[in-house]
Design a protein. Structure first.
Length: 49
């Protein structure tokens, strides 16, 4: 019996490490990325979003 993927919401700030994690989550059959939200990191929230 196959297991359903885990539904996730990714809350992230801009950065290389986040980009790698997002790409991994999108490619992984164990995750179903439902949505992504942005938070301020090294730059302001307006630019981030």
């Amino acid at each position: 019996m196959s297991k359903s993927p885990v539904r996730v919401l990714i809350d992230t700030d801009p950065g290389l490490d986040d980009a790698v994690a997002i790409l991994y989550a999108l490619a992984c059959q164990g995750f179903a990325v439902d949505s992504m939200t942005s938070v301020a990191g090294n730059i302001g929230i307006t630019t981030t979003t």
